[in-house]
Design a protein around this ligand. Sequence first.
Ligand code: SF4
Ligand code: SF4
Length: 174
Amino acid sequence: MTEATTTVPGRACGTCMMCCKLTSIVELNKPAGKWCQHAVPGKGCAIYDQRPAPCRAFVCGWMEDASLGPEWKPEISKFMVFVAGDGAMTVMVDPGSPAAWKDPRYYPAIKTTATRLLERNMPTMVVVGSKRFVVLPDRNVEVTIPPGHGARVVTTHGPGGDTYDVEVAPLSRP
Ligand code: SF4
Ligand code: SF4
């Protein structure tokens, strides 16, 4: 996986509507992980011309990263990679296929990217319904993150190599 900020030429959503299920849309009071009331699977958005701003702006990682092949398209993989502006990665998994991200077609790349991002103090989070996992080089840690909190990874350098711990703490305010 590489970091990118523009849509790959020729790449299109087509019949995929996975972000209409996996993301939360405050304007629609729509929770993450449940189909939007306006989604018509296989057909598209029933309010396309009036869809709210977050729907217009959203682009998933597969649309932006040419290194992700066709098997990474969310309607096929059953999860969606999202890369924030600072480069941090979140993997949002279809609750109907909770183990999709562990598929050997994807898991090694997710691990490798998470390890690389960790070198820049960016933890990679996997979201499966109400569950959250922080991806570490040697394991995945399930965490509970209350509102206003965030997870960070503490790396300890030792003679036997690096070890990792996950801390959940209040987000610092400006
Ligand atoms: S998940 Fe990605 S490919 Fe699928 S509809 Fe959303 S933006 Fe398009
Ligand atoms: S309003 Fe339309 S584009 Fe937005 S989540 Fe619902 S179905 Fe998808």
